[in-house]
Design a protein around this ligand. Structure first.
Ligand SMILES: [Zn+2]
Ligand SMILES: [Zn+2]
Length: 295
């Protein structure tokens, strides 16, 4: 008869969240910001990674113990896009993880509590929320750094995160969330025809709605260039590297991207200076966000 194995989830804490994310993004990093209590651990046991942002968060991608053959360390791996971060206090409250099941006090969750935490994180990993990229908290900054994958948002180059000074080799730009527009009223006449039908579709309805700015991680060179150029927004900085529109002269050209994103989350995560164009490549490189001209 096969023995019933009790489910376990181990907790690993990154006390310094920035160093912890650098260590996650760059396996050669000398940073070791982790605290953990792997007592009895089995190969393949899931590991929840808690970051000491304010408030504390837990990563939606779970690690696992010993998948690289070593029982004394956990490995976490993720595909695109980067994992999310969930507020730990709220998660504990919603899952009813109290007493010796509280992941803020214990290093190992067992049985039903372990199952519930694991399931909640797996589910959260499938539910990305685009609004979470905005705001100025350390949680928003940690999300931006995770999402960067260690790449500068200004120039797309990989940032060297291998040194002791890695945490000073980039700057995280956080931005305000957009204020939502009031709903547009679509007027219908007594025959049920909408004003759009009567008047034709206005040309500006094809114009993309751009956010005021975009969060990102900037390498030292891009920080200097932005300061020297007097750029006050990362969005403006990226557009300044693209050509002006030959039709209207606006400096808001989006780079055409042909093909399909690998999943919906990657599509939602696309920065506003990139324009997905589908699979039919007609050879144009740019589309103007102001007049919609393509060239
Ligand atoms: Zn850069
Ligand atoms: Zn234009």
């Amino acid at each position: 008869m096969k023995q019933q194995v009790t489910k376990r989830v181990h907790i690993v804490e990154g006390i310094d969240w920035k160093a912890a994310i650098v260590a996650l993004l760059e396996s050669r990093s000398p940073y070791r910001p982790w605290r953990y209590g792997f007592g009895e651990a089995r190969k393949g046991d899931p590991v929840a990674i808690v970051l000491h942002t304010d408030p504390r968060t837990v990563m939606t991608a779970l690690g696992s113990i010993g998948t690289d053959g070593r029982r004394d360390r956990a490995v976490v791996d993720w595909s695109l896009p980067a994992p999310g971060l969930v507020d730990l206090d709220s998660l504990v409250m919603l899952l009813g993880l109290d007493g010796d099941c509280d992941p803020r006090d214990t290093w190992v969750l067992r049985g039903d509590a372990a199952l519930r935490l694991e399931q909640a994180l797996i589910e959260a990993n499938h539910r990305r929320d685009a609004a979470m990229r905005f705001g100025h908290s350390s949680v928003a900054a940690a999300r931006v750094l995770l999402r960067s994958g260690g790449r500068c948002t200004g120039c797309n180059n990989l940032i060297d995160l291998t040194g002791e000074d890695a945490r000073d080799s980039f700057r995280i730009r956080t931005v305000d969330g957009p204020v939502r527009d009031a709903a547009e009223v679509l007027i219908k006449d007594e025959w049920g025809a909408s004003s759009y039908v009567e008047q034709g579709i206005p040309a500006n309805c094809w114009r993309p709605t751009l956010p005021a700015d975009w969060p990102g991680v900037l390498c030292r060179a891009c920080c200097t260039r932005m300061d020297e150029d007097g750029c006050t927004s990362l969005l403006g900085f990226r557009f300044s590297q693209h050509p002006k529109c030959p039709k209207c002269g606006a400096q808001q050209a989006r780079a055409a991207q042909f093909g399909m994103p690998i999943n919906r989350d990657v599509y939602v995560d696309t920065p506003p200076w990139v324009d997905w164009q589908g699979c039919c490549n007609d050879g144009h490189k740019w589309s103007c966000a102001v007049c919609t001209h393509e060239w």
